[in-house]
Design a protein around this ligand. Structure first.
Ligand SMILES: Cc1ncc(COP(=O)(O)O)c(C=O)c1O
Length: 382
């Protein structure tokens, strides 16, 4: 065996990656696992890709193409209420790269990043990869998976550099309201820590309003906000994201970006510009369909005895299986083996996810219906 670093050895195995690969190779399995839209990218984006394929062989400026950044400034002002300048934006290869670079740019070894748990599965390993220390902030089902400000305050130490928030949330679908964001903003200012605001699902929201914490009064000096084209425009494979940050932090992120990917793919940046120019109906129609699926799956899961909160955003349900099993990993494996339905065990999102499973409804409705019938049979309810 070749030598690999201690850092790599310490990283948790990517169970989801293996599971999704296995599932994609088996036609008899219905997957409620995907973390990406099942829709194609908008047609005008795909058509534009054909047109510009011969024009994108050069690197872009490391922080992003000027035309894209100008369009992002307009979008950030209009949709997010974030007023900033080009110096505050860094365009990256997906928002995951921006997350990594932001931690690298602000955390020295042993400094702490508070992460929501259950939370997006990349937060903890990304912090650990950089020798920062992730500190889990437990989110309780009984509190609608919202951050409890008192519990948050108790976790802040001299070593805390930042708090990660994610609204709408992967995996719980919870959406944070303005009042809570204001409370969290006050805590961050009082303690002089950054807020890292992951807004990957900003447009996939059902009825409620997405509020960017970076839009709150005076918060531009404290917040790094992360956005992506992956979910809004079903453009995961294009690898295009961006963040906004105080100018000196953005500059540090940009510097590190040069030594990781140099620039986000030029073709993707040109296509991102195209996506931003599209009428809202392209995204709205996807959201409408997600909502139809959400309403169906939540009703079915609750009906079969898996308590499931109505997600306010993203495309996941997070169901309580504790009445059936104490072990979400074993439950998911058994469901896969016996009834050929793939779901993600809650523990993939941190130990606080024990007793839950995540189902994605980025899957066609007839398949969701079939999967629900199978899960119901598995629970012995049919
Ligand atoms: C909450 C959240 N943040 C960030 C990402 C990373 O997305 P990307 O790197 O494609 O922009 C994902 C992907 O699933 C996610 O669910």
């Amino acid at each position: 065996m070749h030598n690999v670093s201690e850092r790599e050895l310490q990283m948790p195995p990517a169970v989801i990656e293996k599971l999704l690969k296995y599932v994609s190779e088996r036609k008899d399995i219905i997957s409620l696992g995907p973390g990406e839209p099942d829709f194609p990218a908008p047609k005008p984006v795909v058509e534009h890709a054909r047109k510009i394929a011969g024009m994108c062989n050069h690197y872009s400026p490391p922080g992003g193409r000027k035309d894209l950044k100008e369009a992002l400034l307009k979008k950030l002002g209009k949709d997010n209420g974030i007023k900033c300048s080009e110096d505050n934006i860094v365009v990256t290869a997906g928002s995951q790269e921006a997350l990594l670079l932001a931690i690298a740019a602000t955390h020295d070894a042993t400094e702490q990043l508070i992460v929501p748990e259950p939370g997006f599965l990349a937060y903890t390993p990304t912090a650990e990869m950089l020798d920062a220390v992730p500190v889990p902030l437990r989110l309780e089902a009984g509190e609608d998976f919202q951050i409890n400000p008192d519990r948050l305050k108790k976790l802040i130490t001299k070593k805390t550099q930042a708090l990660m928030i994610n609204t709408p949330s992967n995996p719980t679908g919870a959406v944070m309201k303005k009042k809570l964001l204001e409370e969290i903003a006050d805590i961050a200012v009082e303690n002089d820590i950054y807020i890292f605001s992951d807004e990957a699902y900003e447009r996939i929201i059902y009825g409620g309003k997405h509020v960017s914490i970076g839009s709150l009064n005076g918060m531009h000096e404290h917040v790094v906000s992360f956005f992506t084209f992956s979910k809004t425009y079903a453009m995961c494979g294009y690898r295009l994201g961006y963040c906004t940050a105080p100018a000196d932090v953005a500059s540090a992120i940009r510097k590190m970006h040069v030594y990781t990917s140099i620039c986000a793919p030029t073709i993707s940046q040109m296509l991102g510009l195209k996506a931003l120019s599209l009428p809202r109906r392209h995204v709205d129609s996807m959201v409408k369909e997600y909502k139809r699926r959400r309403d169906y799956i939540v009703k079915r899961l609750n009906g079969m005895g898996l308590p499931t909160k109505m997600p306010g955003g993203a495309f996941y349900t997070f169901s309580d299986i504790s009445g059936h099993s104490k072990n979400s990993s074993r439950f998911s494996q058994s469901l896969l083996k016996k009834r050929k339905v793939a779901v993600i065990p809650g523990t993939e999102f941190g130990p606080a996810g024990e007793g839950f499973i995540r189902c994605s409804y980025a899957t066609k409705l007839p398949l969701i219906k079939k999967a629900c019938d199978r899960v119901e049979k598995f629970l012995g309810k049919l």
